[in-house]
Design a protein around this ligand. Structure first.
Ligand SMILES: [Zn+2]
Length: 349
């Protein structure tokens, strides 16, 4: 089969690989739709170290092609969403309520990290009964594929932000995760949602998904602006959806004492992430910093699919570009360099 791989640091391209085989609890999926993620670009540039001929991609839906003897909930022909994070559900961290960290820090993240990813004609899913969800009739593959990572991560960002009903929220960076965090903040009862970004198309989408206004950091001091918008108090909850040291620091600055900073960003560069000491109340302002990695699992995927099925979130608005699998290299370059106002490129197989 054909696969799109990281050949080495800063090198991508197609490779020929054997179709994977399922172990007794596993499934093999024939890929139908996938999305490229900014974290795929981080990986290629070395954020998690070198990799050789590793298939990229972690956001995909498809048709079950084969299942192992112990798989009970799925059969060949089923249309499924597979979480980007595929934990081993029997491990201690999973039992303790942290499945994304099963086996090791970020251990639930296997695709394009510790095993071949989903940018291939077929891909392998461990613990298939627990890591896949059937796509309901009426939900398209093009919409369902956003459940793998973008919706579940954006929703996690809002869940971790501990938003009071009617509370104030600032969302730093309005890429796809930030946009879904905006939508989720609204669903969780935020009274005021402030987006922070400089790209007009993203600002427009943020308003569509429920931001009351968008502050442009390239034109104004966003910390000052957010202070003005909150009567000098700061926000109850700040969401960092970029993975940038400056954005993270600003998230701490704009959060009121007792508030919560929810980090969903992938900090792919540098040795340290900094906390501004004074605005952190010299360590004593009761500002909580919470972090998380994309929640996976069949129950989670089913819930995210409900949001799509019943019109709570229409993620397809984020699809700015569509490519065929053969065009993946071009699509990858565009996503890596954020060309042509790209937000999310959809890949059809
Ligand atoms: Zn992703």
């Amino acid at each position: 089969m054909k696969a799109f791989v990281m050949k080495g640091l800063d090198q991508v391209g197609f490779a020929e690989k054997p179709v994977p085989r399922p172990g007794s609890n596993d499934a093999i999926i024939r890929t139908t739709r996938a999305l490229i993620c900014t974290s795929d670009a981080h990986t290629v540039h070395g954020a998690i170290g070198p990799r050789e001929n590793l298939t990229l991609g972690h956001e995909a839906v498809g048709i079950v092609d084969q299942v192992g003897a112990e798989v009970k909930r799925f059969k060949p022909g089923d249309r499924v969403v597979v979480g980007a994070i595929t934990p081993n559900w029997g491990e201690a961290a999973s039992q303790a309520g942290h499945p994304s960290q099963s086996g090791a820090a970020l251990g639930g993240w296997k695709f394009a990290n510790t095993k071949d990813g989903v940018f291939a004609e077929y891909f392998h899913v461990n613990d298939a009964d627990a890591n896949m969800a059937p796509i309901p009739a009426g939900v398209s593959d093009e919409a369902a594929v956003y459940c793998c990572d973008m919706i579940t991560t954006g929703v996690m960002a809002a869940e971790n932000a501990n938003i009071p009903i009617g509370g104030t929220v600032a969302v730093f960076a309005l890429g796809p995760v930030g946009l879904m965090a905006v939508a989720a903040a609204r669903l969780r009862g935020a009274g005021l949602v402030i987006g922070v970004d400089s790209v007009p198309k993203r600002a427009e989408l943020a308003r569509y998904y429920g931001a009351d206004l968008v502050a442009d950091y390239s034109r104004e001091d966003v910390v000052k602006r957010i202070a003005e918008l909150t009567n000098g108090d700061g926000v109850d909850s700040a969401i960092e959806a970029l993975g940038g040291d400056d954005a993270f620091q600003n998230a701490i600055r704009v959060t009121k004492p007792g508030g919560t900073i929810s980090n969903a960003g992938y900090h792919g560069k540098g040795e340290f992430v900094h906390i501004p000491r004074l605005e952190w109340g010299v360590g004593m302002a009761e500002k909580t910093i919470r972090t998380g990695l994309c929640p996976g699992g069949s129950l989670r995927m089913e819930r995210m699919l409900q949001l799509v099925r019943n019109g709570r979130i229409d993620p397809t608005r984020m699809t700015t570009h569509t490519f065929t699998f053969d065009q993946l290299e071009q699509a990858f370059t565009m996503m890596d360099r954020k060309l042509d106002g790209i937000i999310k490129p959809l890949i059809t197989f």
